[in-house]
Design a protein around this ligand. Structure first.
Ligand SMILES: [Fe+2]
Length: 319
């Protein structure tokens, strides 16, 4: 339930506003002047403030100014109820960072609409900020892992881009694309357990070294285990080295029993590996790589996904 701090000196109007807000499901903390409202602010920790302008002790402008200086007050939506909707009031309210101004007497529906709109906007901004911070942390982690591997600079970010292109072309829903965004970044997180000497070895790997490399899928899934907001990335991490024909690792799954996240990432991971320099090969021309990908349709790769991916990359070559 959203908490609203209400400051209004007119008792009748204060009670009316409180009632309107409460019957619409808000928890209201009401005060007769700005000073008392400001004192209550830290304890209440409201989601939104509704305030009159002309009040004793501390007026609405003073309250807004003081709230904006509090640690949690800078981003709180602030709505004014103004008796005189004079131009000066509106300008001053906007300059101080008020989010809206309703003229008294107001219709209850206008107040509720304004409150809901501001709360919804605040929620969207918070979601966006959280998602951005989350992605930045994951990028940091991916870059730390990549820094140990001299040959894969920029790999995870390119893989993320290619994966988003393919996921979008497959009409995956927004929630799946949001997971893809960090799943692609994290897909090789398990490489953290692989010794650098093996990771950066220029020559042929021994069978033992190869099995150490292969372990990065299971190790990665293990690393994110228990991190609830990363659990959706598991299929990207665990299954990006599976093959359509069942000859991949770690589980040797085949065809559609491989989760789609793994099938998608297998294509873009190989594409980026072949189009960039690696310890074991020089980068290859895009057309040659696309030919190789198509030759793996139904063997290494999901035939529908790989064809779609090749078409997207071909369109870029023509453009
Ligand atoms: Fe990998």
């Amino acid at each position: 339930m959203a908490k609203i701090l209400l400051a209004e000196d007119d008792e009748t109007l204060r009670n009316l506003t409180r009632t309107v807000l409460e019957i619409n499901g808000f928890e209201v903390f009401a005060y007769p002047d700005g000073e008392l409202a400001l004192e209550a602010f830290p304890g209440v920790s409201p989601d939104l403030v509704v305030s009159d302008i002309n009040m004793p002790k501390l007026d609405g402008f003073g309250l807004l100014d003081a709230v904006r200086r509090l640690p949690h007050g800078t981003v709180i939506p602030f709505l004014f109820l103004s008796a005189q909707s004079e131009r000066d009031d509106v300008t001053k309210a906007r300059r101080l960072g008020a989010d809206d101004l309703l003229s008294k007497p107001f219709e209850p529906v206008d107040l509720i609409t304004a409150v809901q709109a501001r709360l919804e906007r605040r929620r969207m901004i918070e979601l966006f900020d959280t998602r951005q911070a989350h992605l930045q942390t994951i990028t940091l982690l991916a870059n730390v892992i990549e820094a140990r591997d001299a040959y894969t600079r920029g790999h995870v970010e390119r893989v993320q881009q290619f994966a988003l292109e393919l996921g979008t072309a497959l009409s995956w829903p927004a929630t799946a694309l949001a997971t893809l965004e960090y799943g692609a970044l994290l897909h090789d997180v398990g490489k953290i357990v692989i010794p650098e000497a093996i990771l950066n070895k220029p020559g042929q790997l021994t069978p033992e070294e190869m099995s150490v490399i292969k372990g990065h899928t299971v190790a990665g899934a293990h690393i994110i285990q228990g991190v609830s907001h990363l659990k959706e990335a598991r299929p990207y991490i665990l299954y990006h080295h599976e093959r359509w024909d069942g000859r991949g690792y770690p589980e040797g799954l085949g065809g559609e029993s491989i989760p789609p996240e793994g099938r998608l990432l297998a294509i873009v991971d190989v594409y980026d590996a072949l189009t960039t320099n690696r310890p074991y090969h020089k980068e290859l021309p895009t057309r040659e790589v696309l030919l190789f990908l198509r030759s793996g349709a139904g063997a290494h790769f999901d035939p529908v996904m790989v064809e779609l991916f090749c078409k997207i990359q071909e369109e870029k070559l023509v453009a």
